[in-house]
Ligand binder design. Structure first.
Ligand code: C2O
Ligand code: CU
Length: 551
């Protein structure tokens, strides 16, 4: 294992990800940011300098558990103070487990502003993956708005709220086409044909393959909002990895991928090698207003500049939830994977509701809408700083007569940053309970992501979770993940062991939902947290604490 050194500078820059020029957050002049490539067991040493003129920044390493380094998790107000303009912060952490990961901004709506990139961890030197492939490609999926992230933040918190709407474009490795289509003339597309020379910032990155080989696609979604369906025209895909964990391989024509998910997919180039094929991403779970994102699979036996002659894949209807469920339910852990403890010590039921607080539209969990404190919780809890955080216990569940199938009769709620304190090394069950949103007959998909851990996904159900449903949990081969979806009007059951000292975010990975309060915080083993680097504590009451100890 080695230490890999990086020096990154974050700055705003002009870019045309979908052929229309705007402003994105870039890293070292690149959008998306540079891909980190490492091996399991390596240490990443990354010095991040903030060159944004007037705002702080942090970067979260999504899927990396930060064992013994909770201060490197990159969550503003939770693990660290935002890095101020002109200042630097060193993220030093171990990538202990091979897999497909990514990183992204975790402050305000900086993910929507384009602050993201891929993080690939290969198996240790000399070790082998449990499947064979001849080559690999990386597909980082995202969505793009032409409005700035700042304007989106203002829109979301205005009274009444102005919803950000659907993205203008879907991006594959930061590239999409907004005012033209590569597939003009197919599938009723009314857009004109793109006239790209290939060197534009929005030109698709073409995947070049040889016939009769097997390739690994590493796919991750860092969308701010969109749930996606991915397909490769005429080619079957075999899913082999989910969120850095091996799964029982299964074959599909198209796959769902929610914000926060990552997968490895194998495909074999066994089709007619004299033509090219589409790789497509389309919106699922919300009525799509965004054109399909496209790139090209090029058999090197033919010219890369020839567009495919077949129409692009048609994705399943956006609201075909049965299709989504059947995909999700097929994800099971590979034989020999770690099994969950048979019994939890504690069960926390988290109901998500959409609320009105003081004229603002918010999301709440058990009637508390998350507002993060000025002093990062990791420092304030470790040093037990009075007044820096709310020591009250958040609710373990919600009222027995709350009707999850209908709009609430009282859409009011409270705000706060209550922390669930978990006893070190105990087994925790979380039941994520979906409900009807503010409007009747509306319940949305929410992909929930846990920092600092993988969890087992024990099961899914319809309606309200009830006593006895735990008898149906899958304890035999539940998949280990860091992101799990709750379907409309349903519940999802997770189990994890609170064995990683730190303070960890657990939230819906839809960025505007998190911004509107859809998250909670877990703290565990707080007394065991090691020495937090001073640079993580330069704000709020932790900064004051330093001033008083230094005098
Ligand atoms: Cu990828 Cu807290 O997020
Ligand atoms: Cu959500």
């Amino acid at each position: 294992a080695k230490t890999r050194h990086f020096k990154w500078e974050v700055e705003y820059m002009h870019w045309a990800p979908d052929c229309k020029e705007g402003v994105v957050m870039g890293i070292n002049g690149q959008f998306p940011g540079p891909t980190i490539q490492a091996r399991a067991g390596d240490t990443i040493h990354l010095e991040l300098t903030n060159h944004l003129h007037t705002e702080g920044v942090v970067i979260h390493w999504h899927g990396i558990r930060q064992i013994d380094t909770p201060w490197a998790d990159g969550t503003a107000s939770i693990s660290q103070c935002p890095i101020n303009p002109g200042e630097s912060f060193v993220y030093r952490f171990k990538v202990d487990k091979a897999g497909t990961y990514f990183y992204h901004g975790h402050y305000g709506m900086q993910r929507s502003a384009g602050l993201y990139g891929s993080l690939i961890v290969d198996v240790e030197e000399g070790k082998k993956e449990p499947f064979h492939y001849d080559g690999e490609f990386n597909l980082l999926l995202s969505d793009l708005w032409h409005k700035s992230a700042h304007e989106q933040e203002v829109d979301l918190s205005s009274k009444p709220m102005r919803w950000i709407g659907e993205p203008q474009s879907l991006l594959i490795n930061g590239r999409g086409q907004n005012n033209c289509s590569l597939a003009a003339g197919f599938n009723n597309s009314t857009l004109s044909k793109c006239k790209l020379r290939g060197n534009e910032q929005c030109a698709p990155q073409i995947l070049q393959v040889l016939p009769n080989k097997t390739y690994r696609l590493r796919v991750a979604s860092t969308t701010a909002l969109a749930s996606l369906s991915l397909a490769i025209g005429n080619h079957k895909m075999i899913i082999v990895e989910a969120d850095g964990n091996y799964i029982q391989p299964f074959e599909v024509d198209n796959m769902d991928i929610y914000s926060g998910d990552s997968y490895s997919v194998l495909f074999t180039t066994n089709q007619d090698p004299s033509i090219n094929y589409w790789i497509s991403v389309s919106v699922r779970g919300r009525e799509p207003k965004t054109p399909q994102g496209l790139t090209i699979l090029n058999y090197k036996t033919t010219s890369a500049s020839k567009l495919p002659t077949l129409p692009p894949p048609i994705s399943p209807p956006w609201n075909d939830y049965n299709h989504s469920k059947s995909f999700t339910f097929k994800i099971l852990s590979q034989m020999g994977s770690p099994k969950p403890p048979v019994r939890p010590h504690r069960r926390i039921v988290l109901l998500n509701t959409q609320n009105f607080i003081d004229g603002q539209t918010k999301w709440s969990i058990n009637n508390v809408s998350l507002v993060l404190p000025a002093t990062p919780l990791l420092g304030s809890m470790k040093y037990n700083l009075k007044g820096a955080f709310d020591p009250k216990k958040p609710p373990e569940s919600f009222s027995a007569n709350y009707d999850v199938m209908n709009p609430s009769s009282n859409p009011n709620s409270t705000t706060g940053s209550l922390v669930y304190t978990l006893r070190f090394n105990t087994t925790i069950d979380v039941i994520l309970q979906n409900a009807n949103a503010l409007a009747a007959n509306v319940s949305e998909i929410h992909p929930w992501h846990l920092h600092g851990h993988d969890f087992w996904v024990l099961g899914y159900g319809e309606g309200r979770f009830k006593e006895g449903d735990e008898k149906k949990f899958n304890l035999k081969n539940p998949p280990l993940r860091n992101t799990a979806v709750i379907f409309p009007f349903g519940w999802t059951a997770l189990r994890f062991v609170a064995d990683n000292p730190g303070v960890w975010a657990f939230h819906c990975h839809i960025e505007p939902h998190l911004h509107m309060g859809m998250g909670v915080v877990f703290a565990e083993g707080v007394r065991r947290i090691g020495k937090i680097p001073d640079e993580a504590l330069t704000c709020g009451l932790t900064a004051k604490m330093f001033m008083s100890t230094k005098n």
